[in-house]
Write a protein that binds this ligand. Structure first.
Ligand code: HSE
Length: 445
């Protein structure tokens, strides 16, 4: 006879108990977290069941003025702060990977729940952090790591936990969306639009992580892990940025009633062996103007989820900035604090499905190839044959006069990425092809 498992009881600290907070980092986000926590202290206390009390604010340089922080709270010793007995929750808003990883691990190992906004850290080290949180029976929250104020981590972790997610596709980087939107609305080139984004404060002084797609790739890894119950890290994500997108690409897209967006695309595919696998990529994508993501302009973000029972869902809003990011951080702080006061734990990492990550070459996609070719008898037939040789069906072909030759724009039907890429290589080697202007993937639909 088997006996029933002993009921477990995790009583928490009890109603009215204060919840100690260590804030790591006091930049744009940290200062907003502090402001909101102070300004809405009473409201938050009611929502939690006990007051939040800031025990310390760790910064790298204590001598810099930190308006809003009493001197006695400032410290440059984050490791000691996170281990203090009166700290229950550690809020990490420093950025970077190596240093925050060490401090966050130290906090988890000391039995503190952690709230982080750090997508690069979560995308690279989710397994290690989740294991440390499990071992200490504490929470690890990271809503702000993906698209700041937009609630998407919580919905994937909780609200959609009973559904089967087929794909998650989104605009998860505001800087690149601002640049592409500026190019689309003004006809300006990439450099000019990046300069505008920098002047208006949408792009950072060093925009590399944004324009090369790395920031979006970290977010894609997090979204795919949550959606498909599988560990996906930033190294698993195929990544292409927007630096090669030209004013001419945007003009050609417009002519075809499309626009170009940098999309993070996470989906379940059937690979060439007939197995289910996960494909995760970030790249510029042509989407019809009628697609809901085409209407996402300026620096806004949006995430489009398709699930078996829920159908299509879209999450839209501010994906960056001090206050929007602090909103998501504080939502997590309230969740973690409620658990401290009342007992219990947030859902942890779920990786039971452990699906294989497909090589990106296996991904079914469609190509838009824009090239300059010689204008003579048989060229079109020859080039179409290169696609046919690899089993790729053509959807549309448009030809325009271009100087002495012709400009040819070919849109394919769906085929595997590696067959399409091999065809582009063959086109480059063909004597009738003078140059390939651009190759851009189309949204699958
Ligand atoms: N730099 C990001 C963006 C915000 O432009 O959306 C933080 O991930």
């Amino acid at each position: 006879m088997t006996s029933a498992p002993a009921p477990s009881f995790n009583p928490g600290k009890g109603i009215g108990s204060p919840v100690g907070i260590a804030l790591l980092g006091y930049g744009t986000v940290g200062s907003e977290v502090m402001r909101l926590m102070t300004e809405y202290a009473d409201e938050l206390e009611h929502r939690i069941g006990g007051p939040l009390q800031i025990r310390g604010v760790a910064v790298s340089d204590k001598s810099k003025p930190r308006p809003g922080v009493p001197d006695e709270l400032l410290t440059d010793d984050a490791f000691s702060l996170v281990k203090r007995d009166d700290v229950d929750i550690v809020v990490e808003v420093i950025g970077g990977i190596d240093y925050p990883r060490k401090v966050v691990l130290a906090a988890l190992k000391a039995g503190k729940s952690v709230v982080t906004a750090n997508k690069a850290l979560v995308a690279a080290h989710a397994a290690e952090l989740a294991d440390a949180a499990d071992e200490a029976n504490v929470d690890l929250y990271f809503e702000a790591a993906v698209a700041a104020a937009i609630p998407v981590v919580g919905p994937l972790r909780r609200s959609l936990a009973g559904d089967q997610i087929q794909s998650v596709m989104g605009i998860v980087n505001g800087t690149t969306n601002f640049i592409l939107d500026a190019m689309d609305s003004s006809g300006a080139g990439y450099d000019e639009s990046l300069a505008e984004a920098t002047r208006l404060g949408y792009a950072e002084a060093d925009p590399t992580a944004d324009v090369e797609g790395h920031d979006a790739a970290s977010k894609a890894a997090i979204l795919a892990s949550l959606a498909f119950h599988t560990r996906v890290t930033s190294d698993d994500v195929y990544c292409e940025g927007i630096t090669n997108i030209s004013a001419e690409d945007i003009r050609a897209a417009k002519q075809a009633d499309h626009t170009i967006k940098l999309l993070a695309i996470c989906e379940k595919i059937t690979d060439s062996n007939g197995e289910t696998a996960i494909s995760v990529g970030v790249h510029p994508t042509l989407i019809p103007r009628s697609h809901p993501l085409a209407a996402v302009n300026k620096s806004f973000n949006a995430i489009f989820v398709e699930a078996e029972a829920a159908g299509r869902l879209m999450f839209y809003g501010n994906g960056a900035g001090g206050a929007p990011t602090a909103s998501a951080v504080l939502g997590d702080v309230v969740g973690a604090a409620r658990n401290k006061v009342h007992g219990g734990r947030a859902p942890g990492e779920s990786t039971y499905a452990n699906l294989p990550i497909a090589d990106y070459g296996e991904t079914p996609t469609r190509y838009h190839v824009d090239m300059e070719v010689e204008d003579r008898v048989g060229v079109l037939a020859d080039l179409a044959q290169l696609f046919a040789d690899r089993g790729i069906s053509l959807r549309t072909i448009r030809q325009e006069e271009s100087g002495e030759g012709a400009r040819l724009i070919v849109v394919t039907h769906q085929a595997r990425e590696n067959s399409l890429a091999a065809t582009v290589e063959a086109l480059k080697d063909h004597p009738a092809v003078k140059s390939i202007n651009s190759v851009i993937r189309l949204e699958r639909g």
